[in-house]
Write a protein that binds this ligand. Structure first.
Ligand code: SF4
Length: 774
């Protein structure tokens, strides 16, 4: 042992001892359907078939993956889009019988030589947005599904009672089984099923199981996430990573699925049968060394995970505080990463799939739960990651232990921490203005900083409380906005401007007021405001590298396409730019991390035997990105009006916000809006807010023009049939649908750049509101 290191045994790990009657749980299972299949070999990253399960008809079957499907959709998220297109209708909504939950892998998923190669991609028609939502997640399920013989799993229909779907890759058997006695909440359920289905009573056997589940919160909200388990052999607990966004867990539970389980006893680092294994080892080893040598001087992810971002965001006025009113706060140092470092279990490697040297999946072991049904139990809390800590700041809750409690309950109840935290921060602001109060909140005093009330809200959601507020609050910020306006409680414009959602999905945790490009990175997206398409704040606001509309549009073309690529392949994005080669700053385009882009070119070619270059990778993404936008158009939500973002994400909504950054905004009125010093001095704060409001709304619409143009879309944001054909996506049904949509827009005069507004003028801000549909 290295001198000064603390031996692992000194850390207390593992959870409260359980007294489950496992044989009784198993005995209560009734097999509803069984399907046996012949296991085949993975070839160059593909199992070459997908698995279809229908819970209404109890049908289980295989579908072939064709070479044409690989060429057009690559894998992972692309396969998910293809399977959904073939199965749902334009009228399908999240709870429709035919809606599907699709879990996919990708050709690079399951490799252990290159860091970050264990991601699954999950897709569905979302309860929050009514369009396709995709979410990526670590844990062992994706690799195990592929090693069991399938590139994707489609779940359609609804069961009549709670079931588990078991994919047994050793026996070549799929079963749908009733599961009446297991607990629904994930931290217990994942362990029960892991112990139940392990082939032996050993940690090694438990490690061969992965469970996908949601929780009781997902039963009663639109914030349901999916928890993907991985048995941690050192801690002897099931840990979990989350596919958080868009209500995927809500769909799982609506289908009455308690869990999906995959089991694979035998696999190796080359189970993907790559075309050139030596080349993968070469490129992987290079990155392993970089992470080992450079991470400590760059992001320090191996030590504190993504939590290192809290202090950076606070320093740059980007940490959302009190529902994004502010970007920094005097109490913020209380939740900086060193505070969580003190709580994390150290030394034990923290990768969420084998071979990830980045190992950013931090945990707090032996955390004693303070409230709710598990009060007093000792549990392992996965995280908290930056986004979850940011939710604490957004609700003005500055206690690391409270954040751990919130993190634990969100996870086990199957609630997305981002949507939950962002929506509750909005409810708190409404409470502060008296638009909500104790009576209207079913007895909860939901003011900023009241952690007890937040946890009570979570427990009541999980219990299925029938209070009017509890029911609507659990459906998210969009539904609460509509509810408040319907009740005529408060100024509708304030409600719209302050509630941080777009397309029905709550924003993730970055303040974007001073970065127009990042506003586009949240608004001009496929699934809604999540930073996984583009994170341009530093390029735009801090380094001023993309000053013109053309520059911003180029960035909002390239980065969403590039980031989409990770999801097509089953990869984690973090090892791309959360560690950089030592000489990266000297390259032509440091933001793209060119050396790492070349790594991915080499990696995909070595796995698949294809011969693509870096432009080829972008083309793969562009095909799927445009396809997903086209599907959104088909589902009725893929136009300019749907890319609307609330004004809180663009500028100061209230006087208090304006005054808190008075110098900055006054200077902008003079420098960018062209007002004289004298005029600005004479203006009231309300007049200044109004002036900035019109200016910034106008800038956003101009940005949308530039981005749609760059992406090859119509002025109303629709991909053209010509563009689709150019990309090689020639599905006649898709092309016909797009042409029809464009014809409708044409007729309504929406197909001219800025044409609906005389002389190139952009719409007055009041017309931009979501409810005043074009
Ligand atoms: S970088 Fe972190 S999230 Fe990504 S695969 Fe590695 S451990 Fe998992």
């Amino acid at each position: 042992m290295v001198e000064g290191q603390i031996p692992i045994e000194e850390y207390e790990t593992g959870n409260t001892k359980h007294s489950w009657d496992l044989p009784a749980l198993k005995k209560a299972h009734k097999i509803l359907a069984e399907y046996t299949y012949k296991k085949g070999e993975i070839q160059r990253g593909f199992a070459n078939r997908t698995l279809y399960v229908n819970l209404s008809t109890l049908e289980i079957r295989e579908k072939k993956v064709t070479e044409d499907m690989k060429k057009k959709f690559t894998g992972g998220r692309g396969f998910g889009l293809k399977l959904l297109w073939d199965s749902v209708k334009s009228t399908t909504r999240w709870d429709s019988e035919e809606n599907e939950l699709v879990i996919t892998t990708g050709p690079l998923c399951g490799a252990t030589q290159y860091p970050g190669s264990g991601k699954s991609l999950c897709l569905t028609v979302s309860p929050a947005t009514d369009i396709i939502c995709d979410s990526n997640v670590g844990g062992f399920f994706g690799p195990y599904l592929k090693f069991a013989g399938f590139d994707a799993l489609e779940i359609q229909g609804k069961a009549k009672e709670d079931v588990v779907i078991v994919v047994d890759g050793d026996q070549g058997k799929i079963t749908i089984e009733t599961a009446p006695l297991e607990e629904t909440n994930s931290h217990v359920l994942a362990e029960q099923l892991t112990f139940l289905y392990a082939s032996q009573d050993t940690d090694a056997a438990r490690q061969k199981i992965s469970v996908v589940s949601a929780g009781l919160g997902a039963d009663h909200s639109y914030w349901g996430c999916l928890n993907f388990s991985f048995y941690d052999i050192r801690r002897k607990v099931c840990r979990m990573k989350q596919a958080g966004r868009g209500g995927l867990g809500t769909v799982l539970r609506d289908k009455q699925v308690k869990a999906v389980l995959a089991k694979v006893e035998r696999f190796t680092g080359v189970s993907n049968n790559p075309a050139d294994p030596a080349a993968i080892v070469k490129v992987g080893t290079k990155l392993h060394r970089e992470i080992r040598d450079l991470d400590r001087y760059q992001c320090n992810m191996r030590t504190v995970g993504t939590g290192h971002l809290v202090e950076i965001m606070d320093a740059y006025d980007l940490l959302p505080t009190e529902n994004y009113r502010f970007g920094s706060f005097p109490k913020a140092p209380r939740i900086y990463s060193p505070k969580f470092y003190e709580l994390f279990t150290k030394i034990i490697p923290d990768g969420c799939w084998h071979g990830c040297t980045m190992a950013c999946a931090k945990t707090v072991d032996g955390f004693t739960v303070m409230t709710g049904p598990y009060k007093g139990e000792r549990v392992t809390v996965d995280g908290p990651e930056y986004e979850t800590i940011g939710c604490g700041a957004n609700m003005s809750l500055w206690d690391p232990l409270w954040i751990l409690e919130f993190n634990f309950y969100c996870d086990t109840y199957g609630l997305d921490t981002i949507s939950t935290g962002t929506a509750i921060a909005f409810y708190m602001e409404m409470y502060e203005y008296g638009i909500l109060n104790k009576e209207r909140c079913d007895g909860l005093e939901l003011c900023f900083g009241n952690g007890e009330a937040v946890l009570e809200l979570l427990h009541r959601i999980a219990r299925g409380d029938k209070g009017e507020f509890i029911i609507v609050a659990a459906k998210g910020a969009r539904r609460v906005k509509d509810w408040l306006k319907k009740k005529r409680w408060g100024d509708p414009r304030l409600i719209e401007d302050a509630g941080m959602e777009s397309k029905g999905l709550e924003f993730s945790e970055y303040v974007t007021k001073e970065s127009l490009a990042m506003q586009g990175g949240y608004g001009l997206t496929l699934k809604g405001p999540q930073h996984d398409e583009a994170w341009l704040i530093f390029m735009d606001m801090v380094n001023n590298e993309i000053p013109t509309f053309g520059d911003k549009a180029e960035a909002l073309h390239y980065f969403p396409m590039w980031r989409t690529w990770f999801g097509l392949n089953g990869l984690c994005k973090l090892p791309w730019n959360d560690v950089e080669p030592a000489n990266n700053a000297e390259t032509d385009e440091p933001a793209k991390v060119p050396e790492h882009v070349q790594n991915y070119v080499d990696y995909q070619n070595a796995m698949t035997g294809w011969h693509v270059d870096k432009e080829g990778l972008i083309l793969q993404s562009e095909r799927c990105y445009n396809w997903q936008r086209a599907m959104n158009v088909w589902l009725g939500r893929g136009r300019r009006k749907d890319d609307w973002i609330p004004y809180r994400s663009m500028g100061p909504v209230t006087e208090m916000e304006y005054i808190s950054r008075n110098d900055r905004y006054d200077r902008q009125l003079k420098e960018v809006c062209g007002l004289s010093e004298k005029k600005v001095e004479k203006m009231t704060v309300q007049d200044k807010i109004a002036k900035l409001y019109d200016y910034r709304q106008d800038q956003y619409q101009k940005l949308a023009d530039a981005v749609y143009y760059r992406r090859g879309w119509t002025p109303n944001g629709v991909p053209t049939p010509q563009k689709m054909k150019q990309l090689g996506m020639d599905d006649p049904r898709m092309l016909k649908m797009l042409q029809k949509a464009i014809d409708v827009d044409e007729k309504a005069g929406r197909n001219v750049w800025g044409g609906r507004y005389a002389k190139g003028e952009h719409p007055p801000s009041k017309n931009l509101h979501y409810w005043e549909a074009w």
